[in-house]
Design a protein around this ligand. Structure first.
Ligand code: 3HC
Length: 295
């Protein structure tokens, strides 16, 4: 398949990343089917797209007519068959557990056209392992977006051990058509590029606070004012989901060693199900406008 043949893009998962990826595909002019497991989840994802398009229009990044046309191109769905039966490219952005991904790929493989390309937005699971859950390991690669997808410039395109080079080119072309800059990750390695660099930074910040060396506010403000990061590590962890950072760290730890052991501060938040903005509380409490860790 060539990029010119791609009409329909299906996004599996309407959460933090899925809704943003669906929005990008719609803005690029593709017919988009966004699928999640309940009406409530797809409805929430659809509303987040509507909100985001409204924000982009408000900031003159697009016109009201473009925002409306993009929203019209998104069909929210729960039915898997209807979501993938005509798909040219399926982008999977479901939660980061192998069990969930296995179920999803097994189901989707039954209904997707034989020549459709599958791309996973996984942040921490091996692309080769995921590709082997399907009957199309050559037409499978990683397509890793960053949060928030509509605002972040980069997309990692990751080759699994079986990926056909033409598929990598197709997905790089797709990322460009979304207005993104693709970077190719030649080897399916833990954390790819960005998470291998970024998530240990979040973990190190958590160790500093864990060890009582500085407060969370001091670390966040130092990172923004002195290091020049767009947001502090704790604010960023809350944005991407502390559970996502945790899964990346556990995978890095398993594959690369104990230097990547998640800080107890991260583990505690995950155990308390306080995962960041998506749960209204993480390192910061978004309902009460404060930090959750005593200074
Ligand atoms: N759609 C539209 N608008 C959005 C939005 C979205 N999805 N998300 C936020 N905005 C809006 C905000 O509501 C705000 O609007 P307001 O001013 O009316 O309140 C506005 O965008 C803020 O935009 P600005 O350009 O004024 O602000 P910034 O210059 O600070 O940019 C940012 C915001 C792009 C999020 C910037 O802070 C940033 O780059 N942060 C770092 C993000 C990052 O590193 N992400 C990668 C994480 S790693 C990852 O995702 C991988 C995973 O596998 C773990």
């Amino acid at each position: 398949m060539r990029l010119a043949d791609v009409d329909q893009v299906t996004v599996l998962g309407a959460g933090n990343m899925g809704h943003g990826i669906a929005e990008l595909a719609a803005l690029a002019g593709y017919e988009v089917r966004m699928r999640d497991i309940t009406e409530e989840f797809v409805h929430n994802g659809y509303e987040r797209i509507e909100w985001s398009l409204g924000k982009l229009a408000e900031k003159d990044r697009l016109t009201d007519a473009e925002a409306e046309a993009a929203l019209d191109r998104v069909t929210p769905l729960v039915d898997v068959e209807a979501a993938v039966e005509d798909a040219d490219v399926v982008i999977e952005a479901v939660p980061e557990t192998l069990e969930i991904k296995t179920d999803v790929y097994t189901e989707v493989e039954r209904y997707a056209p034989e020549d459709a390309v599958f791309a996973s937005n996984t942040s921490s699971i091996s692309i080769t392992d995921l590709s082997e859950l399907t009957d199309r390991p050559a037409r499978f690669c990683g397509m890793h977006f960053f949060n928030p997808p509509v605002r972040m410039e980069l997309v990692e395109v990751i080759a699994g051990a079986h990926t056909d080079p033409d598929v990598l080119e197709l997905i790089e072309g797709l990322a460009e058509s979304f207005g993104k800059t693709p970077v190719r990750v030649r080897k399916d390695s833990p954390g790819f590029i960005v998470n291998r660099v970024l998530v240990p930074l979040l973990n190190e910040a958590a160790w500093i606070v864990n060890d009582g060396d500085a407060t969370m506010a001091a670390v966040d403000s130092t990172a923004t004012f002195d290091i020049g990061l767009p947001m502090g590590p704790f604010e960023l962890a809350d944005r991407i989901g502390i559970d996502v950072a945790y899964h990346v760290l556990k995978y890095l730890q398993e594959e690369l060693g104990d230097a990547y052991r998640p800080s107890p501060l991260i583990v505690e938040r995950v155990e308390a199900d306080e995962l960041g903005r998506k749960s209204d509380v993480g390192f910061y409490d978004y309902e009460n406008d404060g930090a959750t860790i005593p200074a």
